[in-house]
Design a protein around this ligand. Structure first.
Ligand code: GDG
Length: 475
């Protein structure tokens, strides 16, 4: 069997609990097979003389059956590749936020330089039949760089974030280069059918791609296999966490603390894609138009700190401080605060108990590739008395989780109505909906996700390497 090589912007020790969707999912797939995990160390190396030459040494360490290989970045590379192009261009545009993008040309150059550096440092570590799985938007051109250096391995790419429609993608000055780069992979996976459709429309309209079969596209003189592989969670592992002593203690604490109230929960990175201000507005609307919820409904919103060195995140933080302060000021009583806003990271082992004690989860992003919190909430519920999920139709998860109450997060009144419906739903209806949701997240769990993707990658036919370093198939 081929060795698995995973490449992502950051790596993590796969034996330790991970926070963040990608780290959790990659850990699952690597731990099963063992292999190599390659990425940035998270460290910035300043050269002693103040130049940019301090980067590039690969550090190798072993963690169980996984080898971790990481490299440091120079300050300039970090600022242009990571802060600049990844977080200030690709993240906002792929989440449909052209208004927040900063198309500085130095960013694109840094992004390309770091992808070349990754390729250079990874290549000597590769064996001929390794299966290479590249993750996410920071590394779109990695396969093209590896091919240019003569790499003939099968390489797959998974995009964890949404793929925007063609006319939004086309706002990125380098859009053609980015999309052409994807054709150096053998397989490209998306979170949802909607994302796959956007990509197909892009290559059909902008690059005159031919559709050879439902999952094969030909453009830029190359053939690419594509598919929707919605990412899942490890349902049993999450349930175990819920049933552990710490999980149960947390549940009992929350249940007792809020025995007279009805608890709503939100757990997100503090990110403008997650629709947090809109969510607080909707909650305010709920208290205004359904006054029976006053002195009762309590929203615990965990917003873990994220990318604090990017300007747009600072604005969001101030906006949330002010919105939550205002709602507590306007509606709060001596013994009741409507919103408990926590701008800190909470230990993973505390999440299942919090989810289980909550009557309603608010997962209302403006755009999200998938959203794993929605799935974690379902997994943590008591099947005999489950809480209800209010889910944005703009999360990738909405394609799978139809039995949730789907909302448009821009429509604050509609969202407030859905929250009210969730709070007042009969036990029978909650049980029926939860059963269907649980079955679906069990069937399409993280093991299904990684094994289906990797099987499809293994099944890709071997290609010839073209003169320009990219591999060609006959079509
Ligand atoms: C990207 C895509 C896609 C959150 N706060 C805390 C905490 N979390 C954990 C959650 C969940 C994970 O982080 C967040 O996953 P999401 O899927 O919701 O979102 P992103 O981080 O934006 O992930 C997303 C995902 O990749 C996977 O492909 O679904 O669409 O944007 O597991 O529980 N964990 C802890 N403390 C916190 O405060 N321990």
């Amino acid at each position: 069997m081929s060795r698995l090589v995973v490449v992502s912007n950051r790596t993590a020790d796969p034996r330790k609990p991970a926070a963040g969707g990608l780290a959790v999912a990659v850990r699952e797939s690597l731990q099963q097979t063992g292999g190599l995990w390659f990425g940035w160390s998270g460290k910035i190396r300043e050269a002693a003389d103040g130049t940019q030459s301090g980067q590039g040494e690969v550090h190798v360490q072993t963690a169980g059956n996984v080898t971790l290989a990481t490299l440091d970045l120079s300050r300039e590379d970090h600022d242009t590749y990571y802060l600049g192009y990844s977080n200030d261009v690709l993240w906002p545009v792929f989440h449909y936020r052209l208004d927040l993008a900063n198309f500085d040309t130095r960013f694109a150059a840094g992004y390309r330089r770091v992808n070349q550096l990754f390729a250079q440092k990874l290549l000597p570590l590769l064996k001929p039949d390794d299966l290479i799985w590249v993750h996410d938007y920071q590394l779109i051109p990695l396969a093209a760089e590896l091919r240019a250096m003569g790499c003939t391995n099968r390489i797959g790419f998974f995009l964890h974030i949404p793929m925007p429609p063609p006319l939004i993608m086309a706002a990125i000055p380098e859009h053609e280069w980015l999309m052409r780069s994807l054709f150096a992979y053998d397989l490209v996976g998306f979170q949802s059918e909607a994302d796959l459709t956007h990509f197909s429309h892009y290559v059909e309209s902008e690059a005159h791609a031919q559709r050879l079969s439902p999952d094969r596209l030909r453009a830029f003189n190359r053939t690419l296999r594509v598919g929707a592989y919605p990412i899942g969670i490890d349902v049993d592992d999450f349930k175990r966490l819920a049933d552990s002593k710490e999980g149960r203690d947390m549940f009992i604490r929350m249940r007792d603390e809020y025995s007279r109230r009805r608890l709503l929960v939100g757990v997100d990175r503090l990110d403008y894609s997650k629709g947090l201000p809109q969510r607080v507005h909707a909650f305010r609307e709920l208290l205004t138009y359904y006054p029976e919820n006053r002195d009762s409904a309590t929203l615990i919103q965990i917003a873990s700190p994220s990318r604090e060195d990017v300007g747009a995140y600072d604005n969001l933080r101030r906006q949330m401080d002010s919105l939550c302060g205002a709602i507590n000021g306007d509606f709060g009583e001596l013994d009741w605060m409507p919103v408990r806003y926590i701008h800190r990271n909470v230990a993973r082992k505390r999440l299942p108990g919090l989810y289980r004690a909550s009557r309603v989860a608010l997962v209302t992003p403006l755009r999200d590739g998938m959203n794993l919190v929605a799935k974690e909430f379902i997994a943590a519920q008591d099947a005999a008395d489950p809480g209800m999920l209010v889910l944005s139709r703009f999360a990738g998860a909405a394609e799978q989780l139809k039995e949730a109450l789907l909302v448009n997060p821009y429509d604050t009144q509609g969202t407030a109505q859905a929250i009210q419906r969730a709070l007042t739903m009969s036990l029978d209806e909650r049980i029926n909906r939860h059963e269907a949701l649980l079955n679906r997240i069990r069937k399409f769990d993280v093991h299904w996700w990684s094994s289906t993707f990797l099987q499809a990658l293994e099944d890709c036919e071997p290609n010839e390497v073209a003169a320009d370093g990219t591999r060609q198939t006959s079509g």
